[in-house]
Design a protein around this ligand. Sequence first.
Ligand SMILES: [Zn+2]
Length: 107
Amino acid sequence: MEQSRTARIGKNEALFREVNESIRNVAPIEDPMFEVLCECGAKSCTEQFEIPITEYESVRSDPALFVLVNGHQAPDVEDVVEDEGVFLVVRKRPGVPEEIARATDPR
Ligand SMILES: [Zn+2]
């Protein structure tokens, strides 16, 4: 696996995670769903989808987990842990991908 690609994907994903954290912070408390940006790490990706806040919170409780549009996963750096149809929850592989994910965890 090429290290620079792994690092680039990891950094982009971390960036989108931060944006989603900002959105989360301003989302109405009474709303059970909120719209997030795909955290797939592709620079050109601007896709959004709705996720239950409870699910988002459980994903964010683990720094190695990310949410992304179904089909946007990078199988060489992450494993799908939940298939929700429209979106997936993925776990970063141990090693560089996971280290970046932990180092950039905003929580
Ligand atoms: Zn995407």
